[in-house]
Design a protein around this ligand. Sequence first.
Ligand SMILES: [Mn+2]
Length: 349
Amino acid sequence: MIFFHTADVHLGAKPDSGRPWSLEREKALWNTFSKITQDAGRSAKLLLIAGDLFHRPPLRSELNEVCGLFEDIPHTHVVIIAGNHDFIGPGSLYQSWKWPDNVTMLSTPELSSVYLEDINTEVHGLSYLQPEITSSLLDDAAAPHDGRRHILLAHCGDANHIPFRPEKAVDAGFDYIAMGHIHQPKRYKGIPAAMCGSPEPLDRTDMGERGYVIGDLTDSGCSIRWVPSATAQYTSLTLKVSSETTTTQLLNHIRAYQEKNPSYICRLKLIGLRRPDILFDLDMLLDGARITDINDSTVPDLDIAQLSYEHKNDIIGHFIKQLQMTDISEEKRKKAMEYGLRALMEDFN
Ligand SMILES: [Mn+2]
């Protein structure tokens, strides 16, 4: 029995809000989820959604949209739980929503299940009714030896969101544990369990590839593989500058890199020695390429001996001499030299 396992789709989120590519990312969340459901419809009997399908309690229009996707795959069962983001609070549309026939939401705060007869599989799970659950609610989950296959859907994984060890659920008889909540995918060695990760990264802290799980549950056990699905990837890019480097050169370099890797959105780090009298125009870099943030760790390339010779009769030379005689740590001296000389030389230029 082939199944798909996804979670943390966060439909409705606006990644990198305010940046030029934000709308494109917002649409990518929908497009990738749509593609996953279509692929599931072609090859899987069951689509598991382990919480946080939506970024917040969903709007009517958003629910209509996903129901349209599920109606297009009538021969695939869909089982959903609500996570900490799309929790079923007072007034949540989840409470009274009429899902298509192939869809089940396990919406109670204690474990419940749905038995899918044609695939002899029972899916167990619970939904969040509030954004946090600190108790280990799933520790007592158990699957009976009744000839059915049993799957546990679990939105869990940190102290405020159902602390949980999947090993325990395997010992309690479950054939697969479909976990959600942590965006970084994780396999558990030797046991049929996975944190599938989000199908698309949500922000710059979601570094690396993202995807979902395709599993095959048979009488001899459960095999799973992880499939990449994300259309963008947050990566770190470190560039080393020299005293000849200009902002335009940096921008051209980053643009060429991103043309070669069009899915990359970069966190930029600048290192190396820059010309002492310039600061890179970070706004120009942020405006000109897909960069979320910049860590400028460059240091000015100061030739102290040369400077103190050239300025032996003015305040710059005097400043260098005094600082060299001051009893402070080398690190502090370096910083003070950098800031002091920058300020003094601006006056001179
Ligand atoms: Mn979550």
